[in-house]
Design a binder for this molecule. Structure first.
Ligand SMILES: [Zn+2]
Length: 341
């Protein structure tokens, strides 16, 4: 939900056991987002408001008139492990090139994912050449294809979501660093919850429509919470003293580069917005910092238990858990939304 509210967080990496609902959770994101306003007929789903990010087609079509708009769902695109580079980046449509004698670009998965989510299951098994492609696109927000005499560049701004089982392979450090947040999923040990999972799944299999109706109200509540958070995010502030402490935390933990504190600040603002608050508190930092730093301390998330406790200690020292100033903002934005855990 943090990544939905603030796409600049840089996506989420979810590591954990197989069969613990990782990909189900990711695929359900699309349902929680309001539809996007897109340029009508544009394959990349360009944002008509973002003049500087229009694709070449839109720039050409636009002329002196305003572009036509249409509403469309936020794309959640799966990037399968075995995908070829052509499929991911797009390629020349050979058939049309031969029959019509014109070079036509056939857009790939990066084009489809523009303004949405690109999801890679078993991301730690992704081939190196695809990792390179992803790193380039996520750094620049554009996909550039140069081959067979064509040169195409189009917007490819997406939130990267990866999942995998750490026992099955390591992630390249460059890619690991690209993910804003790192979440570890464990198989649930609590018996009551395990029974609940089985029963819900059975109810769903028996009658998916009835099951969805049962959860309609909850879905709507989440949707509304995200919409409101997105609307107030720009007005959420973070005190300079708090930012300074975030930097202190990253220094104390020896985090390389500045992505650590940028991500903490962005995630903390998103969390405050989700709870209907206009100011980031120390408690927000305590909650998001482990997610933002866990994968930046060590190269191998498999051996992350040690880094988890290092982070915990540093947080406890720099952001001690005092209630002071934590709840001074009650009612500031009217309805205070339910806490997310
Ligand atoms: Zn376009």
């Amino acid at each position: 939900m943090l990544a939905l509210v603030e796409p600049h967080i840089g996506g989420v990496l979810i590591m954990g056991h197989r069969g613990s609902g990782k990909s189900t959770a990711v695929r359900s994101l699309a349902d929680l987002l309001p539809p996007l306003v897109k340029v009508k007929g544009c394959f990349y789903g360009c944002d008509p408001e973002a003049e500087g990010e229009l694709c070449d087609d839109c720039l050409e079509k636009r002329g002196p008139r305003r572009v036509q708009r249409e509403a469309g769902a936020v794309p959640v695109v799966d990037l399968p492990l075995g995908a070829t580079e052509d499929r991911v980046c797009g390629t020349l449509d050979i058939e049309r090139a031969l029959s019509a004698g014109v070079a036509v670009f056939e857009p790939g998965l990066l084009a489809k994912a523009n303004r949405g989510f690109l999801y890679i299951d078993e991301v730690n098994l992704l081939e190196d050449h695809l990792v390179d492609v992803l790193l380039d696109a996520s750094a620049s927000g554009r996909n550039i294809v140069e081959r067979e005499g064509i040169s195409i560049s189009h917007p490819a701004r997406f939130v990267l979501v990866g999942s995998g089982n750490p026992e099955e392979g390591e992630l390249r450090p460059q890619l690991l660093d690209r993910f804003g947040l790192f979440v570890e999923i464990h198989t649930i040990a609590d018996l009551d919850q395990r029974v609940e999972i089985v029963e819900r799944r059975e109810r769903f299999d028996r009658d998916p429509f009835a099951f969805n109706r049962e959860w309609d109200a909850e879905q709507n509540r989440l949707r509304e919470q995200i919409t409101q958070a997105t609307a107030i995010l720009g007005g959420v502030s973070i005190d300079r003293a708090v930012t300074r402490k975030i930097a202190e935390l990253c220094v104390a933990l020896g985090v390389d580069g500045h992505r650590g504190e940028l991500t903490i600040a962005r995630a903390a603002k998103a969390l405050a917005a989700l709870e209907g608050r206009r100011r980031v508190t120390a408690r927000d930092i305590r909650r998001v910092a482990p997610l933002a730093l866990r994968h930046r301390l060590r190269k191998d998330p498999l051996q992350s238990s040690e880094s988890a406790s290092r982070i915990e200690h540093a947080i406890a020292r720099i952001f001690p858990d005092s209630r002071e100033g934590e709840y001074s903002e009650h009612g500031e934005s009217g309805a205070r939304l339910a806490l997310i855990k």
